[in-house]
Every structure is written in C-alpha cells, then in structure tokens.
Design a protein around this ligand. Structure first.
Ligand code: ADQ
Length: 479
C-alpha cells in the first residue's frame, strides 16, 4: 500500500493533556491517519518573525509522523489572516460583503503555497499518495506539478464551494480554478458543492465535463465528486455512554436541577449563525413563557481567528447578546444562556451532547458540520434528543430526519425549538434510528477509504503538464 502524505494548513500534534482540537478537519483526519499510518505536513502555528524559516520539526506519535514548519510574520499576515481567512473563507460562505481582497495578500497566498511545495519535495517518494486539505492550499498541487511531481494528488475542500455568481466575484477566481485542475481527485462535501464547481468551470469556459464526476481541463482529466465527511461514530457513541460516570456529568446534572438542557457547540465564527440562534432562543422563550425556568441553553464556543477584525467584533457581539438575554429574562435562580468560551475534551463534550434534549446546529452556511453528527452519535437509543439543523449545513443532505430550519428565519427557528422540545419519544426514536444508521455506514473511515480508493485506484498516470521536463525533482527517501 502506498504511503499516505497529508498536507493541511495546521497540524494538530496531540499534546500531553490530550486536549481535543477545536476544528473538524483535525478531528476527522487524526482518526483516518492513525488507522493507515503516514506523514502529516503543515504549519506549526508559530511565526519565526522576520528571520529565515528554520528546518522542519518532526514529531512521531504512534504511526503518524508530523512535520511542522514555521512561517514568517509576513506569510502569516498575507497568506493566513489575509487571503485564506479574509477572502476565501467569507467568499465560500457567501459573505462577499466581508471579503477584503488585496493583491499583496493574493501574492502571499501563492508564495506560501510554493513554500509548502518546497518543504514537501525532499520528503516525497515516488509512489506516495498525496492528500491536500482545504482552502488554504488550493494551488499546492499546481506548485508541485511545476516542480515535476508526478504522484497522484488529491484535494478535499472542507468548506462549501459557492455558486458562480459569488465565486466569480473574487478577482483571482480564474487562477484558482486553473490550479485546481492540477489534482487527480477533487473532493467536495456535497453534490451541491460539486455542481457549483462544475458551473464555475462552465461559466468560465474552462475545459469540459466528460461525465458526472469526470472533467477535463487542457489535456488533464480529473475526478470531482462529493465525499461527505463523517465522524468516528462507534467510538463517539461509546465515549458518550461512558461519560455518564464522570464527575463533570454529575455536577452538570446537579446544576441543571431538572431543567432541560439545550446545547450549541461551535467555533466562534460568523458562518455558524450564533447571533441568529440566540435571537431565536430569546423569541422562543418570549413566545412560550411556560418554558422559561424549564430550559437552559449551553452555548460552548471557543474563540477562533481572533486576529481577524470580524472575529474580534463577533466575540463582543455574542457576549453582549447573551448578557442582554440573561439580564432581560433571567431570574435570581435561573440563567437562560450559559455562554462558555472554551474548548472541552471530547469525553466531556460527548457527555454533554448526550445529556441535551435538543441541539441547535444552525449555521448560515457550513461545508458539513460535524457537531450535528456527533450529537446524533452521542444519543441514548431509548430516549434520544432532537437535532435542530440548518438546511444550509452540508450535513442536512444526509441527516434528513433532523428538524430542518432556515436559520435566517428567526421566528420559524423559534417555533421549531418548541416543536422539538415537545416531540413524542416514538418520533424521536424513529428519527434518531434512521440518522444513526446512516452515520454508522458513512463514518470517517468510510470517507477516507472512498477518497483514497479513488485517488489510488486509477492506474493511469496523470497527464497534467506533460510538457514539463521529465525525471523531475523526486529524491529517493524521506529525510
Ligand atoms: P469547522 O468549521 O471547525 O470545520 P465542524 O464541522 O462543526 O466545524 O467541526 C467542529 C469540530 O470541533 C467538532 O468535531 C467539534 O466537536 C469540535 N469542537 C467545536 N467546539 C468545541 C469545543 N468547545 N470543545 C471541543 N471541541 C469542539 C470545517 C468546516 C465544516 C466541516 C469540517 C470537517 O467548516 O463544515 O464539517 O471542517 O470537514
């Protein structure tokens, strides 16, 4: 079996305390790589200031080798905070209004991708499979091809691919579309994302579609398919079962004092619809006063990307909003919203999901949303809670038995909360069973196998850039 090389922006090397990383990408890939073994390359998260970037730092953990590189201050500013998080992220989440496009940032983005290629090259072996992840690294395969790499290279986009009218508004759209054609397999979360991508190619007049999943740009043929990401369903379900014995679980139950727990778990990000959700919760409490004092919303929201101004502003907005609702509706012995800015360990999270009668997963736009899947996996078969899910999360394509809502419709979402909390146990069981069956079948291991099957299964060598000098730059063994 070929060695697997994963490249992603951040590499979550497990720390000694085993704190759970707050990103879905990290959670999913660690499970996948641990099962197969291989190398994971990415940014250490550290800057070397204005100094030259030093050698890679290598860390071994079981059968995963992590290779970490620092970046300079300029790289971090232009590539990470700049183009990736202030252009690509908002655009892919339909927030053209928040995109701050600049040529300097765009040049930095391509430069850092070239730099990642130069770090990877000396470690490559001829039959390695390379799997690149997410929007930070779209041009990486193109950079590798330019340097003569002939390996099979796959790309998985964890976030949505927007409709052409949105994507084509980004000044650099054509270059990005062209670099994507350097991959052998491009994975999207949903059919909808893949179709948006196909529409962008068609609107730009780039290449042609050869079949449902086959495309050709220049003389290179590639596959573009949906591969909906899953979770480690079985492991998560048993974590949740065991959580009932922990002290945290007992303390939490005690503090609820018979009230029903409603849970929201999201990175602090404008795409997650947290402010609209709190508005909907407030509307629900106002319209159903009998629920007041009987429910508590626990919103667990670790801060993310605080260096980007929109995120910093959002931290203030959400904290103020939760405070305002608590001030207006709370009583001396009842706090409607418990708002927590921390990352929790996975067992604690699993236990809280299981305790919650209702989960609010209401992003305005989300590639998949793993919280929705974790919540379902954590439920107790006899008395499962209800998943209230935004129809704009990729997960809604699969979890059709969730209570689906439009998160922009605050009143509709509030009414859906009331219906969910009153749902009879038979209906809850039925809905849960059907969602759980799907999660068991389509777990993260199946996701990984399907993608890697497509990436390695095709024996034909990539014809991409056949005009490049042969013999290339591949060195013999990893260093
Ligand atoms: P994210 O935007 O990070 O991921 P999501 O899919 O919800 O979003 O994953 C979040 C992960 O972080 C979950 O596994 C969750 O348990 C964990 N997490 C969140 N808050 C936490 C907390 N307070 N403590 C501990 N863990 C916490 C991106 C895309 C998604 C896509 C994933 C995977 O934006 O749409 O589903 O990648 O492809």
């Amino acid at each position: 079996m070929s060695r697997l090389i994963v490249v992603s922006n951040r590499v979550p090397v497990p720390d000694k305390r085993g704190t759970a990383p707050a990103g879905g990408l990290a959670v999913a890939l660690q499970s996948a790589l641990a099962a197969r073994g291989g190398l994971w390359l990415g940014w250490s998260g550290k800057s070397c200031g204005e100094e030259d970037v030093g050698p890679l730092r290598s860390v071994k953990d079981g059968n995963i080798e992590y290779a970490l590189t620092d970046l300079t201050d300029l790289d971090v500013e232009e590539y990470y905070h700049g183009f990736a998080n202030r252009v690509l992220w908002p655009i892919c989440h339909y927030r053209l209004d928040l995109a701050e496009y600049g040529r300097r940032e765009m040049a930095g983005y391509f430069r850092v991708n070239r730099f990642f290629a130069s770090r990877l090259l000396p470690m490559l072996q001829e039959d390695d499979l390379i799997w690149i992840h997410d929007y930070h690294l779209i041009p990486l395969a193109d950079e590798l091809r330019r340097q003569g790499v002939k390996n099979r290279i796959g790309f998985f986009l964890h976030i949505p691919w927007p409709a052409p009218d949105v994507f084509l508004a980004m000044p650099v759209h054509e270059e990005l579309l062209k670099t994507l054609a350097a991959y052998d397999v491009i994975g999207f979360q949903t059919v909808h994302d893949r179709e948006n991508f196909a529409d962008c190619l068609a609107r730009q007049g780039l290449g042609k579609r050869l079949g449902e999943s086959k495309f050709m740009v220049g003389d290179h043929t590639f596959t573009a398919r949906p591969y909906p990401i899953g979770i480690e369903t079985e492991e998560f379900a048993s974590l949740a079962k065991r959580a009932a014995e922990t002290t945290l679980h007992r303390r939490m139950l005690q503090s609820l004092d018979g009230k029903s727990l409603i849970i929201g778990v999201d990175r602090l990000d404008y795409s997650k619809g947290i402010t609209q959700r709190i508005d909907a919760f407030e509307t629900f409490l106002n319209r159903h006063p009998e629920s007041q004092r009987n429910v508590t919303l626990l919103q667990i929201t670790p801060k993310s990307r605080s260096e980007v101004p929109e995120y910093e502003a959002m931290q203030r907005t959400v904290a103020e909003q939760a405070g305002r609702v608590n001030g207006a509706l709370g009583t001396v012995d009842w706090v409607p919203i418990r708002y927590v800015n921390r990352s929790l360990r996975r067992p604690a999270l699993a236990g809280l999901y299981r305790m919650a009668k209702l989960a609010l997963v209401t992003p305005l736009r989300d590639g998949m949303n793993l919280v929705a899947k974790e919540y379902v996996a954590a439920q107790c078969e006899e008395d499962p809670g209800v998943l209230l899910l935004s129809r704009f999360a990729g997960a809604a394509q699969e979890l059709k038995e969730a209570v689906l809502v439009n998160p922009y419709d605050v009143e509709g979402t509030a009414e859906a909360m009331a219906r969910s909390l009153a749902m009879p146990v038979e209906e809850r069981r039925e809905r849960w069973k059907s969602m759980m069956t799907s999660l068991e079948k389509n777990d993260v291991f199946a996701w990984c196998d399907t993608f890697l099957g497509d990436l390695s299964g095709n024996t034909a060598r990539s014809a991409y850039r056949t005009s490049l000098p042969q013999g290339g730059v591949l060195r013999s063994k990893a260093v």
